[in-house]
Design a protein around this ligand. Sequence first.
Ligand SMILES: [Zn+2]
Length: 184
Amino acid sequence: MQEYVSEAIILNKEPMRSQDGRYSLFTARFGKVIGRAISSRKITSKLAPHLEPGMLTKVRFIEKNGTNIVDALKISRLSHGPTDLRFLSALLPEGQREDELWELLAQEPFSWQKTLRILGWDPEGAQCVHCGKMPVSHFYIPRQEFFCKTCASKLRKDALILLVTTPHEPLQPEFSMGEQREKI
Ligand SMILES: [Zn+2]
């Protein structure tokens, strides 16, 4: 019975028929790992708060009839969104260590451009696979291909990664400190 310890980013969780939980983890040492939090309800509920998507957690797991998470301790919560993490879980192969991606995900905010480039799909210079237009704006997970905005509108939204996030304007203060002082 092999036992492993690694830091992991929780990508996704799925409830199982029993009280067990099925988790997708991106670990520093082993890449993506799919593991179950087994045993009694008590243990599962004890671990659950440390296994929420977006958490950076220290995880201990054993290989015995599959991968079982036996202990988890939250380190911090990252700001990556649950949808991005679920998409990432769908894209990553199991058991393939990705040091560069691990370092990228430790930073914030999350970037699909950088993530896809590390995984071997560089959006820069890519053409829409359907009409040939550039630049591309979406990556479609089932086909692992890039699409322009128009062509992407015909695809399934729940498997479609939006590459470009609109940069939001920094919030302007209502008035400057000088003006504030004048009013007083
Ligand atoms: Zn197109």
